[in-house]
Ligand binder design. Structure first.
Ligand code: NZQ
Ligand code: ZN
Length: 388
């Protein structure tokens, strides 16, 4: 293990009927609450009314920002920050998936500065403060409910950029699996690929000595593989939704990192796909991951694939390492494209070769991605070509 600091002070209320604690938690931070949400799913599932009711019980004053988009835009962040400043908001309540929570994090930070919140991304302006954030998660995927990250899109500049700051950690997150019953099979699938990716970006690593964390990650990957098809077929299966929801948080809350130094590979590549084509994050990852694995497979990396194949997909451990490695990539592709039914090529989702150059350039803006295998622009273009 390496040296590391693990400090994730997010209070989690997990399970059904926990919203009775919402008012109690919010009022600790003040009376003026800005409720942020997306395109309206929270109204369809009756959650909006429940929230209003809980806030009324505590005499909290409600302000709203709705319409936060998937791949959230900087415009929503600007608008939210403006409301916070004009109304002297005390606390933000983000209700939704990763997009709503991510946008809310930058609203919370944007409310505390005099400059345009896009400067957090374009100029790496310091994040030194943020308003407190409480979240109610409605989709198991990004893990924003328990991490310090957030990713914002700018359609004008065709950028989608993520950043971390401890100030962006939610104070409290409510994780009620029943709130995910209405998530469509497609979004359930994409969410699970995203969680899988968060784990694989760390798991596929050449650093040694992480036995305990490897076992934990293998357990989470098996959980995703077991429960996603169940949740897609039986949307109201509590066991499946609950297992996926808790995995969403633990896949990316920092616990599995163990101080590993390597950068993530598929996420920077995927953010460029979403930036130009506005595709669902999990779909972009499903397209990239099997090809990235194929590209990085050689004699120096094969043992990790072997471990993955044997421990996650139960492939016969007596087979040759390389055989197990190739079979593990096949099984993963089958899981993404057959079991989950996601589109399997760039061509099917309309991603064109003419954009490979610019997307590859931006994905390795520091020259290379120092991941499982170091990737330069040419490597990334080759991986994109494998996805066609
Ligand atoms: O907008 P509404 O109406 O709420 O509908 C949403 C949206 O259309 C819908 N949905 C959410 N909960 C629902 C529901 N529909 C029915 N029933 C419910 N209970 O699902 C759609 C997708 O929502 P979104 O929030 O975009 O999905 P997700 O949670 O996958 O978030 C994706 C965003 O998170 C970023 C991604 O880049 C992407 O922008 N990420 C954030 C990370 C982080 N904070 O650390 C890390 C991730 O790697 C990721 O990059
Ligand atoms: Zn992700």
């Amino acid at each position: 293990m390496n040296n590391f600091v693990y400090d994730v002070p997010v209070k989690v209320y997990f399970g059904e009927n926990q919203l009775s604690n919402l008012g109690n938690e919010l009022i600790k931070y003040g009376k003026k609450v800005l409720l942020t949400y997306g395109g309206g799913s929270i109204k369809k599932i009756g959650l909006y009314d429940k929230i209003v009711n809980e806030l009324e019980k505590f005499g909290l004053e409600l302000f709203e920002l709705s319409g936060i988009e998937p791949n959230p835009r900087i415009e929503s962040v600007r608008e939210g920050a403006k409301i916070c400043k004009e109304q002297n908001i005390d606390v933000l309540l983000a209700v939704g998936g990763g997009s709503t929570i991510d946008a809310t994090k930058y609203i919370a930070a944007g409310a505390c500065v005099d400059f345009d919140p896009w400067d957090f991304f374009s100029k790496w302006a310091p994040i030194e403060k943020a308003l407190p954030i409480v979240t109610i998660l409605t989709l198991s995927a990004a893990g924003s409910e328990m991490d310090s990250g957030g990713v914002i899109s700018n359609l004008e500049t065709k950028d989608k950029i993520g950043r971390l700051s401890p100030y962006l950690l939610p104070k409290v997150s409510f994780l009620d699996p029943t709130l995910t019953y209405t998530v469509s099979p497609y979004q359930t699938a994409c969410g699970s690929v995203d969680m899988m990716a968060h784990i694989m970006e760390v798991y596929f690593n050449i650093e040694k000595d992480f036995y305990m964390l490897d076992c934990f990650m293998e357990g989470m990957m098996k959980t995703i593989i077991k429960y996603t098809p169940i949740a897609m077929k039986e949307p109201e299966n509590y066991e499946a939704r609950a297992n996926l929801m808790w995995t969403s948080s633990w896949a990316i809350n920092g616990f599995v990192n163990g101080g590993k130094k390597q950068e993530w590979s598929c996420h920077p590549m995927e953010h460029e796909l979403s930036a130009i084509y506005d595709i669902t994050h999990g779909l972009g990852l499903a397209l990239l991951i099997p090809r990235w694995l194929e590209y990085c497979l050689d004699e120096t990396t094969v043992s990790k694939y072997y471990q993955f194949g044997v421990n996650v997909f139960d492939i016969d451990k007596n087979l040759e390492q390389m055989e197990v490695a190739k079979e593990s990539i096949k099984r993963l592709s089958k899981f993404f494209f057959n079991t989950l039914g996601l589109d399997s090529t760039f061509t099917k989702v309309g991603i064109k070769q003419e954009d490979f150059e610019i997307m590859a350039q931006k994905a390795c803006s520091n020259g290379t991605i120092k991941g499982f295998k170091t990737l330069n622009k040419e490597d990334i273009i080759k991986i994109f070509e494998m996805c066609l």
